[in-house]
Design a protein around this ligand. Sequence first.
Ligand SMILES: Cc1cc2nc3c(=O)[nH]c(=O)nc-3n(C[C@H](O)[C@H](O)[C@H](O)COP(=O)(O)OP(=O)(O)OC[C@H]3O[C@@H](n4cnc5c(N)ncnc54)[C@H](O)[C@@H]3O)c2cc1C
Length: 502
Amino acid sequence: MDHYDIIIVGLGPVGLFAANVFGEKGWKVLAIEQHSERWKYPRAIGMDDEILRNLQTINLSSAVLPRTRTIKGLQLLRRDNEVFFTLSNPQDGDFEKGPYLFYQPEFESILEEGAKRFHNVKLLYNCQLESFNNVKNGVDVSCLDKNNPQFIQKFQGRFLIGCDGANSTVRNELGIKENSLNYNGHILKIDAIANDVSKFNFNIDYAQKYCSTKRAWVRMIGRDLHCRWEFQFKGENPDPNALTEESALRYIKEAGDDVENIEIINVSFYKYRSVVQQKWRDGNVLIAGDAAHLTAPYIGQGMCGGFRDIINLSWKLEGIINREFSRDILSTYRSERSPHMKHLIRIAISVGYLFKTRLYYILLFLKLIPFLKLNDGEFNPPVPKLGRGFFSKRKYSRGIFPQFKLKTSEGEVINSDDYLGHDWVLISSEAISDNDLRFCQRSGVKLMITDVQKDTQMKINNWLKEKNVKVVLLRPDKYIFSSGNQAQQVLNDYQKLNMNYR
Ligand SMILES: Cc1cc2nc3c(=O)[nH]c(=O)nc-3n(C[C@H](O)[C@H](O)[C@H](O)COP(=O)(O)OP(=O)(O)OC[C@H]3O[C@@H](n4cnc5c(N)ncnc54)[C@H](O)[C@@H]3O)c2cc1C
């Protein structure tokens, strides 16, 4: 039987990303997929800036970024496609929050090629997970080899991660129950390629949502010539006749768009649900991505949530594999990630109500109050913090530390995440005591004393000043573990919590 550190089930975007993250750590990884190849049509279309930061950790952001397109924000439309509300994208640090629009098959091919960089990662298509057993310090896994259906393949892993989507076999085998947020529906998704995007008679620099109680829709121009329309359907049984190309063109025409300019590439119905699973781990088995949570796609956070799950897991698994943490630290995975995801699902539900019910009239009314300056404002929903887990209780903890563009003395521009590295980092605006220094060295915490003379560190120093703290301790995933005015306090927090998971 072949042995692996990690066995990933499912090669959707989350499984492919996980294969890169764990492969980059040098672990022996097996990633299996039941189909013979990746899904060739796009579903997700946008990612936020945090996901680009995640891609930075596996050296793929420079390959992905040029293949994205940023848009200026969101516009709400009503009768006769009149724009009645415009919201622009906010900044976070020196970066636009996004969405960064991408073409999923192209994005996944970058992820797949990325995973193939690692000789320690094996991608196995046509291999379907059948069953598994938690055993001491690992998992025994049985899979069906679809090239040879008589043949059951057996593997052993230290951990099994189910990235196997909404109908997850891993989750079903574990009998995990769901918490539903009771917001479900159907979308007719139409993808097309335009001859010339500049020929459309609408503003392609915005994602546009048409507000209607009868048939709301969304349209956006993605990367290059990719165009997406999503029509909302009520009820449980959407019309199967809508799936023809002819019918798709009719819908687009009714939305007021030029069908001569496009060629349809895919029409499908999607049932969306709003769900967070009650358990995300059983022994050495974990679930991530759509297997762990599902959201209505109105703010484009399903796949993004899955990437955050993997980043959250990666340094915890690393601690276990390097014998720095006990497996108990995995209890913080769901406690941190689930409230964050729930928050985003609730925002998606609010957006759904806003553009599919009469609630949008409230916006029309609020817009009339000049004092509120609601139109042309920034769309800046509060960024959720992670839930409680491996964090101190001090201010700013559980929030993500922003990323800045830093200038080196040679004039080169670098991203602060690359500058800070991907380990624990203590950033302090003042020198720290010898004791604290020794503690950092012993526990592998990288130290950065911000030097106001250095251009590279100025922006980080300014952030500390603005927040009125002198020290901040960052986790490897760039979430703030603790902050304060004395390094000793913050390091004490770290030491105490560490003891709980030894
Ligand atoms: C219309 C629409 C628009 C969306 N827009 C966005 C967006 O803009 N941004 C965003 O972040 N998200 C978006 N999403 C959500 C996003 O598409 C999903 O969250 C994402 O695809 C989930 O990825 P995953 O890897 O977890 O699961 P999946 O993509 O479902 O992949 C799971 C994989 O596991 C495989 N598998 C299943 N069972 C087994 C088994 N037993 N053995 C082996 N393999 C198995 C499957 O074949 C599949 O390949 C959108 C969704 C829809 C429908």
